[in-house]
Ligand binder design. Structure first.
Ligand code: COA
Length: 260
């Protein structure tokens, strides 16, 4: 598939999705979101791909937010539809995806950019990254899950402060808050993201998917996460990979998982 706003590259089992609107600091316009939906759906479907790294083009920004130029003419219904559609087809898709997605935050991650990073399963930031939810500056609030995921990740008190003040914080502060998992130099950003993802890719894929599902269940309204865990735990016993993992352990050899 040809993409106008994304660069897609697959190396070994990792698909690299680079948001490529550098002149607009990789802001997420409607067509970029649509392309993200297509690219992520392909990655989740393609058995040769084990996981995804999302980053931004250039040295300055991961994603500086939703594209503000598309906001001027929207009415109430269109605003709701923008948020609902984006949440469902990109942000929730990533969070609930069956394969690990790592955000490599190479600069500004603001508004929808931080929301995109927060939807990913793991976040690695370069030490020049700056993150925040500046929407109230525009007369808005986050619409792609930011009020929920920021609260889940850093707690209500700090989420209130960040969203209501629109403050931008640096990578060290984000690390301290648990908003990102690791901070490294810009040169080390992709290698660190790859190191983490490759560790995951050496594990049993169906167990990894089950782990994502059960962890997400802990924060999903109306779902009993403990029950999800029981059911996902049980399902693992029906996989070839569990037999392989246990046999490899008992015979002191490395397991060879097939995702079955
Ligand atoms: N939507 C649309 N365009 C954006 C954008 C966004 N979210 N963020 C940056 N851009 C564009 C700028 O309009 C500018 O375009 P131009 O050269 O055609 O004028 C270009 O990207 C470069 O941005 P600029 O503001 O000149 O860079 P800067 O280094 O002075 O400032 C930021 C960087 C990130 C602080 C600033 O761009 C900013 O505040 N962006 C908006 C962040 C935001 O509010 N995001 C939440 C949106 S809901």
């Amino acid at each position: 598939m040809n993409y106008e706003n994304l660069l897609i590259e697959t190396k070994e089992r990792i698909c690299y999705i680079t948001i490529n609107r550098e002149s607009k600091l990789n802001a997420l316009n409607e067509s970029t979101l649509e392309e993200l939906y297509n690219a992520l759906s392909d990655c989740f479907y393609d058995r040769s791909i084990g996981g995804v790294i999302i980053t931004g083009a250039g040295q300055k920004a991961f994603v500086a937010g939703a594209d503000i130029s598309e906001f001027a003419e929207l009415n109430v219904e269109q605003g709701m539809e923008l948020a609902r559609h984006g949440q469902k087809y990109v942000f929730n898709l990533i969070e609930n995806g069956p394969k690990p997605v790592v955000a490599a935050i190479n600069g500004f991650a603001l508004g929808g950019g931080l929301e995109l990073a927060m939807a990913c399963h793991i976040r690695v930031a370069s030490d020049n990254a700056r993150v925040g939810q500046p929407e109230v500056t525009l007369g808005l609030i986050p619409g792609y899950g930011g009020t929920q995921r920021l609260t889940q990740l850093i707690g209500k008190g700090k989420a209130m402060e960040l969203i209501l003040t629109a403050d931008m914080i640096n990578a060290a502060e984000a690390l301290q808050l648990g908003l990102v998992n690791h901070v490294v130099t810009p040169e080390q950003l992709l290698p660190k993201a790859e190191e983490i993802l490759n560790k995951i890719l050496a594990k049993a894929p169906l167990a990894v998917a089950a782990g994502i599902k059960a962890i997400n269940a802990s924060l999903t309204d109306g779902i009993n996460g403990y029950e999800t865990e029981i059911s996902e735990f049980g399902k693992c016993f029906g996989t070839d990979d569990l037999k392989e993992g246990v046999d490899a352990f008992l015979n002191k050899r490395k397991p060879l998982f097939k995702g079955r």
